[in-house]
Write a protein that binds this ligand. Structure first.
Ligand code: GLU
Length: 464
């Protein structure tokens, strides 16, 4: 019987939701949706010293922004301590786990001696019970840890959904600590109990966890729990070829929201990092769900490519609903202290400039000139405000003062000015742009001018 597909994302709330975790969440979500399964959000907060509510809030906000809806959760590990303790007690009773009273100093000495003998360092099993073995006497005042009785021989093998078959010898791994001296269980144990209790069928996670999987499989087996399938997704590398990290670029999801990216573009771009469907680069959320069946996941690291992300975002900016685009740009303007006012002007501005913008921040950069005064650079002024153009600008001012304020009428005023002064369009248009817009390149001048007030255009042109 095939299992119902249940996937999960299990971030630790010790920082923001970074891009790697967001991508794993996306894969897990898409996989569950593709197979009509369920997706669970679990917060792995057993590192009490480093876990914060702020981080939980950020994780939830990022998932929400990306539209990665979960069917269960958030489930907090710290609220499950009782369950972990029950399982630990069962394992101690069954002999699949045991108390170990080694002090840190003793463990140091053990490793030192192993090194001196040229051996690989490992826990030597001195507290591990065995038939006929006499254990040391438990020392006073030393809080024990609980260790897992890892099988001493044999191999752990799994067919990784991403990497293919992987085999690790049990001789390579020692008896893992599953409860710390303070009584809090450790990651590799909690994750197994959780994935078991939550009936997780497929575990997608970053490949930094590959080394943990043999332990987890052994613990699943010790508990008699059904194994999920594992898929370890390679890291994302920055454009410098190094692993993305907090110190390398903005790697939180929320930073991209602030930087003017659309969630659907981010989702699209993240999905292509380490996964492909033919040559498709732009696809909808629905298409992703339809296509994402766990095949075509790349074994090699993906490269973060800011230029490609911009390209994807620019494509979405061109096609999204203009009312929504306007709201997003309005929010960016508000951040700059600009109040766009009522009416449809902002929407018309967005429509005029959106084709040349990769982000809503870039759109706000363009549109800012309609609300705050701008000044061209000295180079632009010298290059475009020539003696040949100045009289024409005066003529243009006179005409613009009198015309009906529509794009068509402004266009006629510009053409008449060109004819009267025997100038070519670029000469006059670039000079006018430099004065009114503070830059020499813009969309069609009549369209750009129409969306200013007549007063502003005349005021800025008169600075010639
Ligand atoms: N809390 C772990 C992490 O954030 C989860 C690993 C897993 O998915 O098993 O890396």
């Amino acid at each position: 019987m095939t299992r119902k597909v249940r996937t999960r994302i299990a971030p630790s709330p010790t920082g923001f939701l970074h891009l790697g975790t967001a991508r794993t969440a996306l894969f897990s979500w898409a996989y569950a949706r593709h197979f009509g399964g369920e997706f669970v959000l679990r917060i792995e907060d057993t590192d009490v010293a480093r876990s914060t509510q702020d981080s939980v809030d950020q994780i939830l906000a990022s998932m929400n922004w990306l539209g990665l809806g979960y069917d269960e959760g958030p489930i907090y590990q710290m609220q499950r301590l009782e369950r972990y303790n029950t399982v630990i007690a069962q394992m101690l009773a069954a002999g699949t786990a045991y108390h170990c009273y080694c002090t840190p100093q003793e463990l140091d000495e053990m490793r030192e001696a192993q090194r001196a003998r040229g051996e690989k360092t490992h826990y030597d099993g001195r507290w591990r019970p065995a038939p006929g073995k006499v254990l040391p006497v438990a020392p006073e005042g030393v809080p024990p840890v609980v260790r897992f009785c890892n099988p001493p021989d044999g191999e752990v093998t799994w067919n990784d959904l991403v990497k293919g078959p992987i085999t690790i010898s049990n001789r390579e791994i020692d008896d893992l600590i599953i409860v710390r001296p303070d009584g809090v269980p450790t990651y590799n144990f909690c994750v197994v109990v959780d994935d078991w209790d939550m009936n997780i069928s497929h575990v997608f996670r970053g490949d930094e966890h590959v080394n943990n999987t043999p332990w987890q499989i052994n613990i699943f087996n010790a508990l008699g729990a059904p194994l999920p399938l594992f898929g370890h997704v390679p890291v994302i590398l920055g454009d410098d070829g190094q692993k993305l990290s907090k110190r390398r670029g903005a790697v939180s999801v929320t930073a991209y929201e602030e930087a003017g990216y659309l969630p659907e573009a981010m989702l699209n771009y993240l999905a292509r990092l380490g996964w492909s469907h033919g040559d498709e680069e732009l696809f909808s959320r629905e298409q992703l769900v339809q296509w994402f069946d766990g095949e075509h996941l790349s074994k090699s690291p993906a490269q973060w490519d800011p230029a490609k992300l911009n390209w994807v975002n620019a494509n979405y900016i061109k096609v999204i609903d203009e009312v929504r685009l306007t709201q997003l740009v309005e929010a960016q303007l508000v951040r700059r202290g600009i109040e766009a006012g009522k009416g449809d002007r902002l929407q018309r501005l967005c429509a005029l400039f959106k084709d040349r913008c990769a982000t809503t921040v870039e759109l706000a950069d363009w549109i800012g000139m309609y609300f705050v005064d701008v000044h061209a650079s000295a180079e632009d002024l010298t290059a475009h405000l020539t003696d040949a153009v100045r009289p024409a600008l005066k003529t243009l001012c006179g005409k613009l003062d009198a015309v009906e304020w529509t794009r068509a009428a402004i266009g006629v005023a510009i053409k008449e000015t060109l004819a009267a002064h025997s100038l070519k369009m670029p000469q006059l248009a670039q000079a006018a742009r430099v004065l009114v817009c503070g830059r020499a390149q813009t969309p069609s001048l009549d369209a750009v001018l129409e969306l200013f007030s007549r007063e502003t255009v005349l005021l800025r042109l008169q600075r010639a």
